[in-house]
Design a protein around this ligand. Sequence first.
Ligand SMILES: [Zn+2]
Length: 106
Amino acid sequence: MSGQGHTDRLAGMNLEDFQSTMREIYLARDEQRGVDGTFRWLTEELGELARAIRTSERTNLELEFSDVLAWLTSLANLLGVDLADAASRYNDGCPKCGGTPCVCPR
Ligand SMILES: [Zn+2]
């Protein structure tokens, strides 16, 4: 699972490995809960991330980011979306203008 160009520079677990890990840990439960319930959890976790940002609780930020990432990944697993493929849309810069950094009009 290694040696693929766009993931080599990522530190730690790459997106493909993370999605696979989330699938192993949670897919059975995710399937029981279903897409709608999983999406609802994602929005609740986004709310918790918003609260952590607002209150500047630095220790909670990493935790809330990991929760949002996990629920987003569970949703992708349920819907058959490969996140590494989805992320590769940004390999060559902004998908709209092609720039790195983006030079799209604001
Ligand atoms: Zn752009």
